[in-house]
Design a protein around this ligand. Structure first.
Ligand SMILES: [Zn+2]
Length: 98
């Protein structure tokens, strides 16, 4: 493990895996620090979930991708329909896995 000081200038430190540092990861204390440094304001979670739902509703992203992202990024924002989709997705993955 290596202690890094966040590159955004907030001065916070955190322990990251040395292997990650060598890969060029672990430069920032958090994702919002990284977004700030890169000049993008972090979008609110509600806004991102709404964008995702819009993209899915318009057919720009697949059911699988939508369910995957919801489950991994915003599990607390999932409604019954999202949970159902994710469940179908899991069945699909296990069927194609072997
Ligand atoms: Zn920072």
């Amino acid at each position: 493990m290596t202690e890094i000081t966040c590159k955004c200038g907030c001065g916070r430190k955190k322990m990251v895996r040395t292997a990650d540092v060598k890969r060029g990861w672990g430069l920032y204390y958090s994702k919002s620090c990284k977004a700030k440094k890169q000049g993008r304001l972090p979008m609110s979670k509600e806004k991102r979930v709404q964008c995702l739902r819009d993209a899915w509703g318009d057919g720009r992203i697949s059911d699988e991708y939508y369910a995957f992202v919801m489950e991994n990024e915003y599990p607390e924002c999932m409604d019954a329909e999202d949970v159902h989709l994710a469940a179908i997705n899991h069945i699909h993955i296990s069927e194609t896995d072997h």
